[in-house]
Ligand binder design. Sequence first.
Ligand code: M6R
Length: 606
Amino acid sequence: MCGIIGFFSDSLSKEKIIDSLKRLEYRGYDSAGLAIIEDKKIKRYRCKGEIKELEKKLKNIQIKANICIAHTRWATHGKPSEENAHPHTDCTGKISIVHNGIIENYLELREKLKKKGHVFKSDTDTEIFAHLIEDKLNKNLINAVESAVKEIKGNYAFAIISSLEPDKIIAVKKGAPVVIGIGFDEYFVSSDIPAFLKYTNKAIFLQDNDICVISKNGIEIKNNDKEVKRLVQNIKWDSEQAEKKGFSHFMIKEIFEQPEVFEDTILGRFNEEKGEIHIEGLDTEKLKRIKNIRLIACGTSYHAALAAKYLIEKYAGISAIAEIASEARYSEPVIEKNTLLITISQSGETADTIAAFNNIKKKVDFTIAIVNVVGSTLSRLADYVIYTHAGPEIGVASTKTFTSQMAVLYLLTFQIARIKKKMTTDLIKKYLKNLRKMPEFIIEILKSKDEIKKIADKYYEQKDFLYYGRNVNYPIALEGALKLKEISYIHAEGYPAGEIKHGPIALIDDKVPNIFVAPESRLYGKIINNIEEIKARGGKVIVITNNKNKKISKYVDDVIYIPDVDEDFYPLLAVIPMQLLAYFIGVKRGINVDKPRNLAKSVTVE
Ligand code: M6R
């Protein structure tokens, strides 16, 4: 996620700007930059890569400004490069902006502005906003910002300066966070508190649709053209706590970010009223020809691939195979004509996935990479890339990136089904409405964290756990087991529930917890039979089921409830309690859940 820091300060210095930027590093970034107003002119310094590159650029520069906007960029539109680094400017170079978020309708606006003679120097969605302000400018900068904001769609936070009115910073917020720091005789505009916590612990959190002007007159905030007052809060966190937003670990912070991340992933990608899906850049003509799909990935990303296999076959009516990339890299697959290869990877740098991709790529019709990191190797190798927009994931265990991958895979499945006329428009509309509601359902599950913690406290000393699911919920059993083993060091296995009698049943005793993903869906009766098999042998059973299924609590040891949804959306919800359970067990066992032993976030070696 990009990081914004703006200063309105008489004690501004190069060191101060760099220090604040470094405090935003935890958000992840691939380039950095800043703009200041000096002698009524905007000066910009930008670089690709780390902040130390920016420091090198500034080595012989004296900063004599009292206004600055600076930025760490996590690429979403356009690869990491100096041209795409923020701040961006308009044609005249008199307006400069930094941005966090996504402007959903940027292509349409870009075309409009191009026709009016605007020339763009980057591939970013951000740059259009500087041009849009320029386009609206008629003496008053604030009015121009206000009317430019009315034309953009999406989630965004901006900090804006202009040499035309060199004595102010304007901040705009919708969706993405903006916090204003109030120092003794200075102000800060930031994406997050750590960037200014060294100087003040007084902060105002802007609300959606706020436009805030910082000038010698202090802070003035308007919301929908009306002046508003916002509460000044005293921040009690130290800087490490602030990076984690007060959470104890990045992992739990990232678990709690999932509703927001899910919204970011689906943002602007469908219209549920019309039943239309727009995945940017994806060639629908090519999708029409597809008769088979191969999905390759590792670890958690493989579990998303496996869930997609069930969805694609059911809804798009075409054959789909999901393969573990470390196997697929050495396989000699027989690939049918008109096959689409989909690779899924958070980092886009996993060595096994890249090798498997290269092994199969030449035999297929075309390729899609679903990745989180913009500009990563897989995003460059594939014919098409669909970004998950989950923001950086710091915890080694994948959590929010899994839900974002699933969001993309649902959309892609429905898109293929639509093109192939395998789903009616009414069904697509209904399912898109379901997707729109997922963030609120995830919030509901997150509220039950204390009950899940109690279950963790009850079982955390066990040595083995078994996880089961059927059909599209089977990959969630695998994911639950993977989460538990990587951050608690407890042995755990995931199985298709029907496999119990083919081996795992020998492990059942009165200690091993058996966790079932068992919502009341098509195969519920079968899962109940499997639960009976375990109960009959004295096993402990924990069930994840839907809210309405209260009767099950009489038959099993523990129940975790998730909202009632159409059956194929349960995987998306069932994974959340799995993540929480693993997290609480890991913490209770005293493990560093953000950095478990022997693991790396990105596995770039074989
Ligand atoms: O970056 P990738 O999605 O390609 O990484 C693949 C796996 O290494 C990864 O999903 C790993 O299994 C997770 N960290 C597990 O939580």
